[in-house]
Design a binder for this molecule. Structure first.
Ligand code: NAD
Length: 508
């Protein structure tokens, strides 16, 4: 297998259109099953649903459709595994060995995972191979090292010895979206495992593939049965909702739309169950007159169009100081024209298709609202040379009123509006005027101003002269309606564990 994967890696980076290798075709030809207690299981109802490739609109494979019985079974098995303690009672160092191995296995299987992720999402293989899959591996490597070093606290107070340490929570539910499937699943799985929990994961119904493939890797890593379980199916009034409404779940970590977060919070009231939510965003970039305009345009291009703009941290609103507006606009549109849109399975492609027809129609419903004096500077439709698939080229708008739906709602597609501004406090007010508060970027050479603006923007993440620069120790999450709680480093460990304090009073 090693030499097969190596030649597949070479083929990916060669720049040729790659075809799906035979072993993956065989893998795809079998229906994708739930993974419960280290076994692949059919669903109770025996029903399946079809998973399609959004770039070709062809059927990819069948996936089991889970119902309440399947969800209850997964939770029961996860609880039994937790109570048995084969994972929960290991030391951090023992768990770290297995968690690290999961990261190694992902790197070993980088090529097939990247191909599956591109087939399932329509995103370019350049992104899955160079970005998403290596990042999934580093989620395991990072948390294995980081959590291993977690301290036990000790305090002496007179005769009393106080000790505090972490304990696992129990069974945790992980619910994830389609835009960065394995990347975001592993971002939750790694700390949940390191803290000794048992997991029931429900991946997005639109992107089940890499979760299935990963489940098979957990067998090789040596996770005890029942510690990691995957159930497939839909969210609302289906597997997702059954999972988060079950009072035996000890915590819910969810990433997805703000409206789904509201629904899950209602379901979680049954516990009440601990929740962590990473929700929608409507990011903004502000470019001041003294910014490095060339660099700002290049990075804003990434921020606007990477993953077809389907990133919660994307920047659909770009505010440019009036004195450099024309220069920026020209550069930005020119650079956007150079983005290669096309076959996701070609390494030189930089934009693939959106997640599917339904989402394409949602994004287009915003673009179709453009009317005088608004202008489409670029894009606005499927590129002419592409005949089918959920493709939309980089789309740049101007003169969009700030109170327009396009300026205020999360579109989650490759649609960027540029606005001219003259006054610092007014632009900060505009940036802060949506219900979201996830991320923003500031471009200026004036560090004092950058720091001042960063503090006045209501967002959980602010980048100065960059975008999406990440350190996995840093708290990650949104303000306002963009989230509840924080992930990353210690924050993920806090969420997935319970601190216990023990006081010992020494007697003679
Ligand atoms: P979504 O909310 O539609 O679905 C996410 C997951 O929730 C899916 O697995 C779905 O089946 C499940 N679900 C749906 N209804 C449910 C319910 N009632 N109970 C339990 N589970 C339910 O989101 P999506 O369309 O998959 O993803 C796009 C959204 O995710 C965007 O809003 C984006 O901003 C957000 N997102 C946020 C972050 C972040 O870090 N803040 C990261 C990525 C994506």
């Amino acid at each position: 297998m090693e030499s097969l994967f190596k030649s597949l890696e070479d083929e990916i980076v060669s720049g040729k259109d790659i075809s799906v290798p035979e072993f993956l075709k065989t893998w795809l030809s079998k229906p994708k099953l739930n993974f419960i207690g280290n076994q692949l299981c059919e669903s109770n109802s025996k029903k399946v649903f079809c998973n399609t490739n959004p770039a070709t609109e062809e059927d990819l494979n069948w996936v089991v459709l889970s119902d309440k019985v399947d969800v209850e079974k997964a939770i029961t098995v996860a609880r039994e595994a937790f109570n048995k303690g084969d994972w929960a009672k290991l030391t951090q160092s023992q768990r770290a060995q297995v968690v690290k191995k999961l990261g190694d296995l992902i790197l070993q299987h980088r090529a097939p995972l990247a191909i599956l992720e591109s087939l399932d999402t329509g995103k370019p293989i350049f992104e899955t191979f160079e970005g998403d899959i290596p990042r999934a591996a580093s989620n395991f490597h990072f948390f294995a090292d980081f959590a291993k070093e977690e301290e036990t606290l000790q305090f002496q107070n007179g005769l009393d010895e106080h000790q505090a340490f972490r304990e696992p929570l129990g069974v945790v539910a992980l619910i994830t979206p389609w835009n960065l499937p394995l990347y975001l699943e592993t971002w939750k799985i790694a700390p949940a495992l390191m803290m000794g929990n048992s997991i029931v994961l429900k991946p997005s119904e639109l992107t089940p593939l890499t979760a299935c493939y990963f489940a098979e890797l957990t067998l090789q890593a040596g996770l005890p049965p029942g510690v990691f379980n995957v159930i497939h199916g839909f969210g609302d009034k289906a597997a997702g909702e059954f999972l988060v409404s079950d009072p035996r779940i000890d915590a819910i970590s969810f990433t997805g739309e703000t409206s789904t977060g509201r629904a899950i919070m209602r379901s979680a009231a049954v516990g009440p169950t601990r929740v962590s939510f990473e929700l929608g965003g409507k990011g903004a970039t502000v470019i001041f007159e003294d910014a490095d305009i060339e660099m700002a345009a290049t990075e804003t291009l990434r921020a606007g169009f990477r993953n077809q703009g389907q990133i919660c941290l994307a920047t659909p609103r770009v505010f440019v100081h009036e004195s450099v507006y024309s220069k920026f606009k020209e550069l930005f549109v020119e650079k956007a024209k150079q983005i290669k849109v096309g076959n996701p399975l070609n390494y030189s492609t930089r934009m693939g298709s959106l997640i599917g027809r339904e989402h394409w129609e949602k994004v287009m419903s915003y673009v179709c609202r453009v009317e005088e004096p608004m202008k489409v500077l670029l894009g606005g439709d499927r590129p002419k040379e592409i005949k089918k698939g959920a493709f939309l080229g980089p789309t740049i708008l101007e003169n969009v009123p700030l109170d327009h739906k396009i300026s205020r709602e999360e579109i989650f597609g490759p649609v960027v509006s540029i606005y001219s501004f003259s006054d610092e406090s007014a632009v900060v007010r505009e940036i802060n005027s949506t219900q979201y508060g996830l991320s923003a970027s500031i471009w200026t050479r004036n560090t004092e101003r950058a720091q001042r603006v960063a503090r006045s923007i209501h967002a959980g993440l602010v980048w100065i002269n960059c975008w999406f620069a990440r350190d996995l120790r840093v708290p990650f999450g949104g303000q306002k309606r963009s989230g509840v709680g924080r992930e990353g480093g210690k924050h993920s460990l806090d969420f997935f564990s319970e601190w216990k304090s023990v006081c010992l009073r020494r007697t003679q």
